[in-house]
Design a protein around this ligand. Structure first.
Ligand SMILES: Cc1cc2nc3c(=O)[nH]c(=O)nc-3n(C[C@H](O)[C@H](O)[C@H](O)COP(=O)(O)O)c2cc1C
Length: 325
């Protein structure tokens, strides 16, 4: 039985990648994931904003000296990046699976600078964790898309390793934006990032932290968009958000994902969940007489089924009518 797949030019032993999260922020964590069957990992993102905040806290001691503050910022940036580069080198050396680094930058020059150094440290690929919250009432959709296009074009021009982009669904014309990103040398689009969300406690009437991990029903929107875009964009697709068991991995492959990324399932069930997902996939392959998993990728995508409207239908008209009977 062949569970291998090809994702952004990387040959993976199976389609389960561990998404960027706390488990992929240390060599020990990555080794444990590899031991349980993970095919690749996306390292915990390095966040430029966090580095600048840390530097900002240290500025207090610079007593208002601009030069000292600048030195502290440069030092903190260098130190954090050095640690990240060491994690890349160590995991390349001490594990046998592809290492995909992940960055989230603010300033335009840092996106390319970090990307170049990450490539030199030996990462097999790079994932851009790029999100602009479309909450500015004066900024139109085109201006936001332009930010994405610029960063992607600049980074892909600087490195030869494959570059993936993890996006949110918050675009006014998602299919068109995905297509336009895919023709800018992006090797894969990862659908969709799941963000930290605020919640409201009605007892204390305060804003509180929302649920950190996903639920299986959150995968429905991902599944639809993987199916709608499969074979219609010029790059691979990876599915992420709400994948908690082997059946869900298979659904996303059938819809058209070349691979999946999981994070919450690891937090909820431990790294062992990868092994149980793989067992479930093997059982399904046996029962369905599938010998090569890559043969089923996209078999149920919008492009390849006879009734594409099954993915396009959005209204519940029929069901409401039935409920009234
Ligand atoms: C605790 C935690 C930390 C995460 N950290 C990052 C991160 O640093 N960078 C990133 O791109 N995504 C991060 N994510 C998002 C995951 O990579 C993933 O895209 C998201 O959780 C949806 O997948 P899931 O439903 O399997 O959790 C994090 C998720 C969790 C739960």
């Amino acid at each position: 039985m062949d569970l291998s797949t090809s994702y952004m030019g990387l040959e993976l032993r199976n389609p389960i990648i561990i998404g960027s999260c706390g488990f992929t922020g240390s060599l020990d964590g990555i080794r444990r994931l590899e031991d349980h069957g993970a095919a690749a990992v996306v390292l915990k993102s390095i966040f430029e904003e966090q580095i600048l905040n840390e530097a900002g806290a240290l500025h207090e001691s610079s007593l208002g000296h601009a030069e000292a503050a600048d030195y502290i910022t440069q030092y903190t940036r260098r130190h954090s990046l050095d640690e990240y580069l060491r994690l890349i080198r160590d995991s390349r050396e001490k594990t046998g699976i592809p290492i995909i680094a992940s960055i989230n930058c603010i300033s335009a020059s840092e996106w390319t600078d970090y990307a170049r150094q990450i490539e030199q440290a030996g990462a097999h690929a790079l994932e851009l964790n790029l999100f602009v919250l479309p909450a500015d009432t004066q900024q139109d959709g085109e201006a936001i898309e332009e930010i994405y296009f610029n960063i992607v074009s600049q980074v892909t021009a600087q490195v030869v390793i494959p570059v993936a982009l993890k996006i949110s669904p918050y675009f006014s014309s998602l299919a068109n934006t995905a297509f336009n990103l895919s023709v800018r040398n992006v090797a894969a689009l990862v659908l969709f990032n799941r963000f930290y969300s605020p919640d409201i406690d009605i007892k204390s009437m305060k804003v509180i932290n929302g649920e950190v991990t996903s639920c299986p029903n959150e995968n429905a929107m991902v599944l639809r968009w993987i199916a709608l875009l499969s074979g219609r964009v010029h790059c691979d697709l990876a599915a992420t958000t709400g994948i908690h068991d082997g059946a869900s991995v298979l659904k996303n492959l059938l819809a058209g994902a070349a691979a999946v990324q999981i994070a919450s399932a690891i937090y909820k069930q431990g790294p062992e969940v990868v092994t149980s997902m793989l067992t479930e996939i093997r059982k399904w392959m046996e029962e369905s007489s599938v010998t090569r998993l890559r043969d089923v990728i996209g078999r149920l995508s919008r492009k390849r089924i006879d009734a594409p409207q099954l993915y396009e239908r959005a209204q519940f008209m029929k069901y409401f009518a039935g409920a009234e009977d």
